[in-house]
Design a protein around this ligand. Structure first.
Ligand SMILES: *Cc1c(COP(=O)(O)O)cnc(C)c1O
Length: 424
């Protein structure tokens, strides 16, 4: 980790050209890499030597961008994935097998809920979902002997619940399992979960990190803090020989790099959800302005939230940086400089009024996206969360009338004017 402040890391981390080399991170648009001896290539395949040989496993452009995200989060190792979904899938699959169990905060992105509630169940891994606002006793009751991880989102999409990191981290650590946090909405600019006890952080880089709605991508970062060997019986994949690599033991051979090395060497090798170097290049350009954009997203979102709160057609507004919000105090504790640019609200006319109002917006677009430079809206009950039944919707913190508003970095007066005409 470098000593630079976070704004400098956005620009400088991950890539340092040598004398006469390209100033800007090059795109290594190459599937493969050349070696002069067969012997050396063999050592790479045995993980005896590190080096590039095939882009499905590793690529220099991707590694530079992963290193920047790693530095922003304050971790020790990181990898890019093809999407946020792949990141959350790998983050769990790297440490579980059929017969295992995980504990998740129930306020989750719809895709992640489906992944953990349904898809990994078909692979024999069960999830128990707990209300993020549960008591310590309720959280304790969710654990089983076969529990291998605890998962939550720093700011839940779209419920905007701010996770009580300390409560979840201490429960996870009491049970000898890692605490995994999806930090997509807060970004490391506003919140660094490792400082609050998280062990692994995931991202959908598709959102603020890319920031311009150009590339789907994901990332996993390891803090290096979780002691796998201290709970070796729970994590045999990391602490016993891997026969597919001639019996190496990841924790012995790679120390603090064990978790990410295993995810790269096994999961990326076998499942192949690599980010394209072209996308990693664009992601890197997005990251260079992340600190500037997050500040403006937060400033605009707070103004829009205050405007909506004072509007007589608006029934409710949820935005964790808004005074009086249910999660205001939690947000002040864990992300005092700001939360995100996303807010939610409902109209007095309910679900039908929500759909009608959205159709009347001119600049603010209806899109299945969130967290990019352009303002946009979505109605989760009709779109991202439409596979969920009424009970699942409420558990995920999604009221049927909820409009998700991703406030962009346009001039805020223009954003408010568009909402005003639509409401009228
Ligand atoms: C969008 C999102 C995901 C999924 O990411 P993709 O890049 O779309 O696969 C996961 N978690 C959160 C919090 C998200 O907002």
């Amino acid at each position: 980790m470098s000593d630079y402040r976070i704004e400098t890391k956005c620009i400088q981390s991950g890539y340092e050209p040598g004398n006469g080399e390209a100033r800007v991170l090059p795109i290594y648009q190459s599937t493969t890499f050349r070696y002069t001896t067969s012997e050396q290539m063999g050592r790479l395949f045995d993980l005896e030597e590190s080096g590039y040989f095939y882009t499905r496993l590793q690529n220099p452009t991707n590694d530079a961008v992963a290193a920047k995200i790693c530095d922003l989060e304050g971790g020790v190792a990181a990898m890019l994935t093809s999407s946020g979904q792949a990141a959350n899938f790998y983050a769990i699959m790297n440490i579980v097998q059929a017969g295992d169990h995980i504990v998740c905060a129930s306020a989750l992105y719809g895709g992640t809920y489906n992944l953990y509630a349904h898809t990994i169940r078909k692979m024999g891994v069960e999830a128990t979902f707990v209300d993020p606002d549960c008591t310590e006793e309720e959280l304790e009751a969710a654990f089983q002997d076969n529990t291998k991880a605890v998962f939550g989102e720093s700011i839940a999409n779209p419920a905007l619940v701010v996770l009580d990191f300390e409560k979840f981290a201490s429960a996870a650590h009491r049970h000898g399992v890692p605490f995994i946090v999806d930090n997509t909405f807060a970004t490391p600019i506003n919140c660094r979960p490792f400082e609050w006890g998280a062990d692994i952080v995931t991202h959908s880089t598709t959102k603020y990190m890319d920031g311009h709605a150009t590339c789907v991508g994901g990332a996993i970062v390891d803090s290096g803090n979780f002691d796998w060997d201290a709970h070796a019986e729970k994590f045999p994949g990391l602490t016993t020989p891997d026969e597919t690599y001639h019996g190496i033991v990841y924790t012995q051979k790679f120390g603090k790099g064990a978790y990410i090395t295993k995810a790269t060497a096994q999961l990326m090798r076998d499942l192949g959800s690599i980010q394209s170097p072209q996308n990693a290049f664009l992601l890197n350009i997005g990251l260079e302005t992340l600190h500037l954009r997050m500040a403006r997203h937060c400033e605009n979102a707070l103004k829009v939230a205050e405007y909506l709160k004072g509007h007589d057609k608006v029934a409710w507004v949820s935005y964790p940086s808004l005074k009086g919000d249910k999660y205001y105090d939690m947000a002040q504790k864990y992300m005092p400089n700001g939360t995100c640019g996303v807010l939610t609200f409902g109209l007095k006319g309910g679900r039908d009024a929500a759909v009608e109002m959205m159709d009347k917006l001119k600049m603010v677009a209806i899109v299945t996206h969130v967290a990019d430079a352009r303002s946009c809206v979505l109605h989760p009950a009709s779109h991202t969360h439409r596979q969920m039944n009424e009970k699942e919707l409420l558990e995920a913190g999604v009221q049927p009338d909820l409009i998700r508003f991703s406030v962009g970095i346009e001039n805020v007066e223009d954003i408010i004017a568009d909402v005003e005409q639509a409401l009228r």
